[in-house]
Design a protein around this ligand. Structure first.
Ligand code: NDP
Ligand code: MG
Length: 385
């Protein structure tokens, strides 16, 4: 593999920072040509001063001015707004774009990258939940690859490589179960923000950490897997695996199962996406099985955590429903993080908004964005009630 030029969208986040470390590990294979940040100009400047991308993107002119004072080199350009993000995503010299913007903010830049013929390393699962069919179609039309960065999908991608799809029986996503895996149901009403943000195995951004606690993260990932690997939702299963060492599995028609294992560090899937199809020796720690001792697996408690059933329902109803589930969840999580609603209200709100939404085909991006907008409004109304 020659040198790959990569744009990092969301360079200041948890995934973005891990991506910067991967890039720094392989300077002769990965060159960062562009980076975006949103509110954290200090972090963006630190990362940019280290990796020196030519083009940067920030939300507005004020952030651009702030960023400039912190840079110790002169970038070619600092772009602003969503328009700037889309221009960064289609940068001439880029081969690949990492989309690691939380929530639906990554949607338009993903389309821009694909339209410009870039391969996409995709962390932002919300993009596929909202517009999976359109995104996969855009990638196919332009002959671009979508390399999954989400650890479960990266694991499945590794297990599926060069396999005949007809041999695949089902995809098995593993889930840590989050901090409340063993909690009694009646204690969930009193869960605090701090408790929800204390994930047992992964260090991540706040939104995905709360999603892991409700299991909506796994629900979103079921829909993500459905699009990435072109299988019906009935062939996507979930098993709880508290140690987060087995990142996911593929069961084949003969009953054999392949799994991918590693420590729970997002640099593993990011590095694989950046250097694919090569495997490079770097600084990542190997597994020592005798020290791990045991790996456990158990059924998810779907009666207590309805997120998986809601996601399956959304995928089965299809059309705009996955976008509605995602939008209602984004709003409910923000309300919970602002300490305005109790923890179980997150899934109550998502379920109510889904119930209120009539089925509608996801004919184009405009239909999806309209469903997203309406779902957010309903979710906000329910949260305020
Ligand atoms: P973080 O909250 O840590 O980072 C989010 C990034 O997006 C930051 O760079 C932030 O900028 C930027 N951002 C926030 N809002 C906007 C916006 N409206 N427009 C443009 N940029 C914005 O999230 P994570 O890194 O944890 O997650 C990113 C994505 O990756 C999510 O979709 C998540 O589901 C997915 N993912 C994350 C994993 C993880 O281990 N963290 C694992 C698997 C998937 P700033 O910080 O400057 O405000
Ligand atoms: Mg994941």
């Amino acid at each position: 593999m020659s040198l790959r030029s990569i744009v990092l969208l969301g360079a200041t986040g948890s995934i973005g920072r891990s991506a910067c470390r991967v890039a720094a590990d392989f300077p002769d294979r990965v060159r960062i040509v562009g980076m975006s940040g949103f509110s954290n100009m200090e972090q963006l400047a630190a990362a940019a001063n280290h990796l020196r991308p030519a083009v940067l993107a920030v939300p507005d002119g004020r952030s651009a001015a702030d960023l400039r004072t912190r840079l110790d080199y002169e970038p070619r350009e600092i772009l602003t707004g969503e328009e700037g993000l889309c221009r960064l995503a289609s940068l001439e010299e880029a081969d690949m774009v990492l989309v690691a913007i939380v929530g639906t903010g990554g949607l338009r830049p993903t389309f821009a990258a694909l339209e410009a013929g870039k391969d996409v390393a995709l962390a932002s699962k919300e993009v596929l939940v909202v517009a999976g069919e359109l995104v996969m179609a855009a990638a196919a039309r332009r002959g671009c690859r979508i390399l999954p960065v989400d650890s479960e999908h990266n694991a499945i991608f590794q297990c599926l490589e060069a396999r005949d799809p007809a041999h695949v029986k089902k995809l098995i996503l593993t889930a840590s179960g989050g901090p409340f895996r063993t909690w009694p149901e009646d204690k969930l009403r009193a869960v605090t923000r701090e408790e929800a943000l204390r994930h047992p195995t992964w260090r991540m951004g706040e939104k995905i950490t709360v999603d892991s606690a409700t299991l909506f993260n796994k629900g979103l990932e079921m829909i993500e897997a459905r699009w990435l690997f072109g299988v019906g939702i009935e062939r996507v299963d979930v098993v709880i695996h508290p140690q987060s060492i087995v990142h996911s599995m593929v069961e084949f028609v003969d009953g054999s199962v392949l799994a991918q294992l590693s420590h729970s560090d997002m640099r593993f899937p990011i590095q694989y996406a950046f250097t694919w199809p090569d495997r490079l020796a770097g600084s990542l720690p190997p597994l020592e099985f005798a020290k791990l001792g045991r790996l456990d697996f158990e059924e998810p408690r779907c009666d207590v955590f309805p997120a998986l059933d809601l996601a399956r329902q959304a995928a089965e109803r299809g059309g705009v429903l996955p976008a509605v589930l995602n939008a209602a969840n984004e709003v409910a999580v923000a309300e919970f993080l602002a300490s305005r609603i109790a923890f179980p209200r997150i899934w109550d709100i998502v379920a109510s908004v889904m119930e209120q939404t009539p089925d509608h085909p996801a004919s184009d991006l405009a239909a999806l964005l309209e469903a997203d907008r309406a779902a957010r409004e309903s979710a906000r109304r329910l949260a305020a009630a």
